[in-house]
Design a protein around this ligand. Sequence first.
Ligand code: CP3
Length: 344
Amino acid sequence: MTKKLLRTLAGETLDTPPIWMMRQAGRYLPEYRATRAEAGDFLSLCYNPELAAEVTLQPIRRFGFDAAILFADILLIPQALGADLWFVTGEGPRLSTITTEADFSPLKPADEVHDHLAPVYETLRILTRELPAETTLIGFAGAPWTVATYMIAGRGTPDQGPAHALKTENPALFDRLIQRITEATITYLSAQIDAGAEVVKLFDSWAGSLSGEDFDRYALQPTKTIIAALKTRHPDTPVIAFPREAKDRYLGFAKATGANCLAIDNSVDANWAATHLQKDGPIQGNLAPKHMITGGAALIEETRAIVRAFQSGPHIFNLGHGITPDADPDNVQLMIETVRENAS
Ligand code: CP3
């Protein structure tokens, strides 16, 4: 096995950690903005395999990252299940809402998502052919709780209020929605692996708003169910779990869910994570995305501190959340050079 990211996920400690970046194909890159304009809009780009593969490759060509992440979105699953989805420029996603049985019942069964998602699988097949031999291809999906928060509210929400409300007021319906998303995610990720994804990542962006038993039931358990199902079909494909802002609930999460790697956000102290989380396996993270805007000595110092904190175990260098549109590509270059400064 020569790919650095796969070696790290297998538990190897490398001299220089492999590196990639959440949202590495995105609006901070002029070449992304040009291809997106050619596609028309964001969703048309997601469903155009040639162009989606092109934007996936752009940050690999420019920066030589160790991994490429499929260009798509976590909200393609709700759309494949039958929800309406559109993006409002400058605001974000909008979906038809699910708050009643009448909203839920027209949703498709989980095994009927594939026709809709066929272009995503085609993107992966193109990437399998076109990526450099040393670059790992990562597929992904949203974790059920996070996807449900968008399906219930019909948009991003600061506190996931509508999802918490449905969970309290109609737990039976809420559970069925989580169940449907869980099943769809299993079949979706399995198909991504069949199409060439070498690693898959589950994004639970709003895991931090669940606490106590709710965290176990709606963040931990669905992740565990998805990973167990994937492992029966694809035992050798590593899974990265990202229960963002889980705070002390990051403790033991990889073990409890069967994840091969725990991705952490930038609110977590790297030295604490190295002591308490890395003993269970590879860690991915966790530079604050703001450094991609501000750059300079602080970026270098913080990058070195994170590399140092995790250097005695398996570590994938990444940001703690996605890079933002106002980031400067020169700062990305500086981060990569700093991570690799002692590489032979
Ligand atoms: O990391 C990658 O580059 C892979 C592709 C990817 C995108 N979104 C592309 C995207 C991935 C893995 C995601 C995940 C995603 N999408 C999450 C989980 C991770 C996180 O950020 O917390 C969530 C919550 C979404 C839903 C979503 N998609 C929102 C809320 C938005 C709007 C916010 C924004 O940045 O405008 C999107 C749009 C989106 N997804 C963009 C990209 C590159 C920007 C779209 C554009 O070009 O206008």
